[in-house]
Write a protein that binds this ligand. Structure first.
Ligand SMILES: *Cc1c(COP(=O)(O)O)cnc(C)c1O
Length: 563
């Protein structure tokens, strides 16, 4: 075992399309990080929960109402059961935990093992057995118990598996913050104490780094101190109330901040937002990236193999995608057309809307949550109708899941269905059900323009636009998250930018800017200057694909976080 191992803890990790151990961007990024570390021989091990029933399988009825089912899968088919068992004390009960091993294999054969923790053991009570069933499935009490399994159980499991020389623990989002508490407990115990002291926090801080992933409050779990005391009866956090509490609650983000010597946000603009949220901690930024072999469509992988030899040999060389500028425009268009046909066949098979490959097609797929503003394009239906009457036809493909308890998110899907009906004589709109890894890959490769309309500054980074970029699909997006770095106007895509506006009341201005850019710039380019549209596609690959990838991101983590 390499002595300088990095242990990466994440509540969700997407390692295989058929393993529903993730819900969205966080898990996909974790999976890409692991694939990148395997490619480049970074000595990493990863820990997550098993999620036997996945996150959710989405079915939509004719009115656009979401129905959820468990997303079950055959654990034994993908994972190898490990021998050790560890216990985590939850509400005074000893909950038994086992681990299942997955191996992510890099391009040169390096392995990153991923351990998925599981409490479905006969020795546990029925309630405890279900702790690792659903990702984000329960109430706050259930969530805290899951987080104890991940952080405390994960630290103990690594130790039991023989990883005694972990040099750096990476908390990928604060769900894993109880790992730091376990490291503190371990340090106290090594010094013959039961009671935790400041020195234990100092010791944890030498070992941990933390990545924060969202400014949205729901992403920062906080619990009443009474609840924490009743779940973690054997740990007394009262000496650290000043460090770990905000507004009288124990906040996992605050634990992660206090227990880490390096903290980063996931894009430059997100760094500024996070720094303002947590003024007493220094926040750095490492902009996310995507794993190119995972997200480029087969026709583009073939093109890269043909025109950019060596791009995936040995450790892989994602930076060499800048040579995409040498790919003949005709071949870029042909590869894109293949990916587009592939997507539209699926759309037409599934929804019978009869989409036409000749028509400019926008894609919009993301979690159904208010700040993503799925309805911005429908702000002014009459204007939208007049734009297509003047500038050419338009097709739009939507996808996205709402959290089972997010009624507002579910309502958004219903409203998109209503807009689809209202616009059906003017614009062809489809909503594909059960957005996941494979559908995400199909969509980001197969549409002509990737649309993103978040409410600034709430989009921490966003990675689907990066997946689009490596497939030659330019973004038309609000300047938030990664797009503030990735947008070179008219070269790599287009900004939806109303200029200076009041952030609380910018919807009308943003919609106006979107309509203007679509009508005056994007549609004319697509329909009348196809050669220049293809230049933008090629630049998306050469300029953004060569930078917003996992190789660059992992290098930054190695230099700044793991060093
Ligand atoms: C890439 C991806 C995401 C994250 O995309 P955003 O741009 O951050 O919304 C979410 N879900 C799936 C299935 C993905 O593939």
């Amino acid at each position: 075992m390499k002595p300088d191992t990095i242990a990466y803890f994440s509540m969700e990790i997407a390692v295989e399309p058929r393993m529903p151990t993730y819900s969205g961007g966080l898990g996909v990024l974790a999976g890409d990080t692991i694939r990148g570390c395997a490619d480049h021989g970074v000595p990493m091990i990863a820990v997550s929960l098993l999620h036997r029933q996945g996150y959710l399988r989405q079915r939509l009825d004719a009115a656009g109402r979401q129905h959820e089912k468990p997303d079950t899968w055959k654990v034994e088919r993908f994972l190898q059961e490990m021998e050790p068992r560890v216990t985590v004390s939850i509400e005074g009960r000893d909950v038994l935990v086992r681990a299942w091993r997955y191996e992510a294999k890099g391009v040169a054969g390096d392995l990153v093992p991923v351990y998925f923790l599981d409490t479905a053991l006969a020795e546990n009570s029925e309630w405890d057995r279900a702790l690792t069933d659903y990702l984000y499935g329960g109430d706050e009490h259930h969530r805290l118990c899951q987080e104890a399994v991940l952080g405390i159980g994960g630290a103990r499991m690594l130790y039991a598996l023989g990883y005694r020389d972990v040099r750096c623990y990476h908390l990928n989002e604060s769900h894993a913050a109880l790992l730091a508490v376990e490291l503190m407990r371990r340090h106290a115990s090594a010094n013959g104490r039961k009671k935790l002291r400041a020195a234990d926090l100092d010791d944890a801080r030498r070992r941990c780094v933390f990545t924060t992933h969202t400014p949205v409050p729901a992403g920062h779990d906080q619990f009443p101190p009474d609840l924490v005391r009743s779940v973690l009866q054997d740990i007394d956090l009262s000496p650290f109330e000043k460090d770990f509490c905000s507004d009288g609650k124990i906040n996992l983000t605050w634990i992660a901040l206090a227990a880490s010597h390096y903290v980063n946000a996931v894009a430059q603009s997100h760094r500024a937002v996070s720094q303002a949220m947590f003024p007493s901690h220094k926040i750095d930024s490492i902009t996310n990236g995507v794993h190119i072999p995972t997200w480029a469509s087969p026709p583009f992988l073939d093109l890269f193999d043909k025109y950019i030899p060596g791009w995936r040999e040995r450790t892989g060389d994602s930076f060499s995608l800048r040579h995409a500028l040498n790919i003949p425009a005709q071949e870029v268009w042909q590869a894109h057309s293949k990916a587009k046909n592939h997507l539209l066949e699926r759309v037409n098979r599934e929804t019978k809307v009869g989409m036409d490959p000749e028509v400019l097609t926008l894609g919009f797929a993301r979690r159904m949550t208010a700040y993503k503003r799925h309805l911005l394009l429908f702000q002014d239906m009459e204007r939208l109708k007049s734009i297509v009457a003047k500038s050419g036809k338009l097709q739009i493909i939507y996808a996205g899941k709402a959290h089972p308890r997010d009624d507002q998110g579910k309502e958004l899907i219903h409203q998109i269905f209503q807009a689809r009906n209202e616009l059906k004589d003017h614009i062809t709109i489809a909503f594909l059900s059960n957005y996941n890894w494979k559908l995400g890959a199909l969509l980001t490769a197969g549409v002509d323009v990737w649309l993103n309309t978040p409410q600034p500054p709430l989009e921490a980074c966003g990675t689907s636009g990066m997946k689009a970029a490596i497939n030659g699909v330019p973004s038309l997006s609000i300047l938030d998250g990664w797009w503030r770095e990735g947008c070179i106007e008219g070269k790599t895509g287009w900004a939806i930018d109303p200029g200076p506006v009041n952030n609380d009341d910018r919807t009308a201005a943003d919609a106006d800017a979107l309509y203007r850019k679509l009508e005056k710039v994007v549609m004319p380019l697509y329909y009348r200057r196809r050669d220049r549209f293809i230049d933008v596609m090629t630049n998306a690959i050469a300029i953004n694909g060569s930078y917003f990838n996992v190789q660059r991101m992992v290098l930054e983590y190695v230099l700044k976080a793991y060093a």
